[in-house]
Design a protein around this ligand. Structure first.
Ligand SMILES: *Cc1c(COP(=O)(O)O)cnc(C)c1O
Length: 419
């Protein structure tokens, strides 16, 4: 990771995530944050309560350095504040963060805060299953039309951005799940800028950065306005909690997201904030190790006779994909997918034969997991959508953990050999 001193106070991200955002004096001297489980907060005076409500509702603005009192945990609580301050330095270019009780909560709140009925959304496909469902089953019936563009098709994305009426947002998932096809973020942001604002505000560029961020991919530095995360994955890293985050390049986008969160009641709870906060200092360590492991394993398995095609960034052949990878990603990440010879029976035999690696969906944890996207995570797609996305019967997706890579490789090899 190339670390630049752009975080506040001249600290690099891996330092700032430990040093910033937490004041031990507010936790009776505790060196690490305490958990504040209260649902409601005691005011120092009725005037302080009045002031806190005026600021929370947007009727007044806090003065520089003013200590505004807390009100009620659905509106805000200390552990959310600590987590949000500590996560900002990890996302290059971010001015603020808002935490939610799942990745889907973050995504639905971001989309419904900035899109109105009558507006349109342009998005890449395939999308994460939950997001795909959200666009079809909720946003479209709600009056927000969605235009799908195949991941990696920069020209089609340019055209859709230029031609879609009342464009409110562009939502990009890169790399795509499960085939790791990359979409150029800078190119999409440029297309939005060329389109201009017309009669309303300019469309926002949102990137789901769950697969490579915050360590390897920095969308806000490439022109994106918002980054969304399922913190359930790499940010928390142990497959033991759900959480979501939205980060913004412009601090003015944070207030409306917070206002939605108060209404929707989907703030991340104090215990989960505390857990996630404790995982942040090791995100870069874990992701670096996972990416190194995955690269070693994927590049070796690519040569196995049972593997027809390996989908992994260091094995890209298409020149445009190679170009996007090189300008957009510091390291290839820890997810790969492989097309096995022998169709679905081979894929199922392989999953059945694994002894160390577990057959489960999700990704980003310290343990290696494998799944069959066509019949699980992507089973809601139509045959045509499956075909465009390259999700075949023989495709297996792997999320690599922090085990010794040689043990994981050996498990994959024995399961491949036993098909
Ligand atoms: C898991 C995931 C989500 C949804 O996150 P939850 O925390 O499960 O709600 C969204 N986008 C991507 C890319 C994901 O992998």
């Amino acid at each position: 990771m190339s670390e630049r001193k752009e975080a506040s106070h001249g600290m690099r991200p891996t330092t700032a995530v430990i040093a910033k955002g937490f004041d031990p004096r507010l936790s009776v001297g505790s060196a690490r944050p305490a958990v504040f489980r209260s649902s409601t907060y005691v005011f120092s005076s009725p005037e302080a309560a009045e002031r806190a409500f005026a600021i929370a509702s947007g009727r007044a603005k806090a003065r520089e350095g003013e200590q505004v009192e807390l009100i009620y945990a659905r509106i805000n609580h200390p552990n959310a504040e600590i987590l949000e301050e500590q996560i900002v330095p990890l996302e290059r270019g971010a001015q603020g963060a808002v935490v939610f009780n799942s990745g889907m909560a973050a995504i639905v709140t971001a989309l419904t805060t900035f899109l109105r009925p009558g507006q349109s959304l342009v998005h890449t496909v395939p999308l994460y299953g939950g997001t795909q469902c959200l666009t079809h089953e909720f946003l479209q019936p709600f009056g927000i039309s969605a235009v799908a563009v195949r991941a990696g098709d920069g020209a089609a994305l340019d055209a859709a951005i230029a031609a879609t009426p009342n464009l409110g947002a562009v939502f990009i998932e890169t790399p795509s799940n499960p085939t790791m096809v990359m979409t150029g973020i800078r190119r999409a942001a440029d297309a939005v800028a060329r389109r201009g604002s017309g009669d309303g505000p300019r469309a926002l560029v949102m990137v789901d950065n769950t697969f490579l961020g915050p360590t390897f991919q920095h969308p806000l530095m490439l022109g994106a306005d918002l980054v969304v995360y399922s913190a359930t994955k790499y940010l928390s890293g142990f497959s033991d909690m759900l959480a979501g985050v939205v980060l913004a390049r412009d601090a003015a986008l944070i207030r409306p997201l917070r206002a939605s969160r108060v209404m929707f009641g989907n703030i991340l709870q104090p215990d989960e904030c505390w857990m996630l906060d404790g995982r942040l200092p090791t995100v870069a360590l874990r992701m670096n190790k996972q990416s190194k492991n995955a690269q070693r394993i994927a590049e070796r398995l690519a040569k196995h006779t049972r593997v027809a095609k390996m989908h992994y960034p260091t094995l890209f052949e298409d020149p445009e994909q190679v170009r996007i990878r090189d300008v957009q990603c510091d390291f290839p990440g820890a997810v790969f997918s492989m097309d096995l010879r022998g169709g679905r029976p081979a894929a199922f035999d392989f999953l059945r034969g694994l002894q160390l690696v577990r057959n489960a969906v999700s990704l980003g944890g310290v343990e290696t997991l494998a799944c069959h996207p066509k019949t699980t995570t992507h089973s809601g797609l139509s045959d045509e959508e499956m075909e465009t996305a390259g999700i075949t019967d023989s495709l297996v997706r792997v999320s690599v953990g922090i085990e010794d890579w040689r043990d994981v490789l050996a498990d994959f090899e024995q399961a491949l050999n036993a098909i």
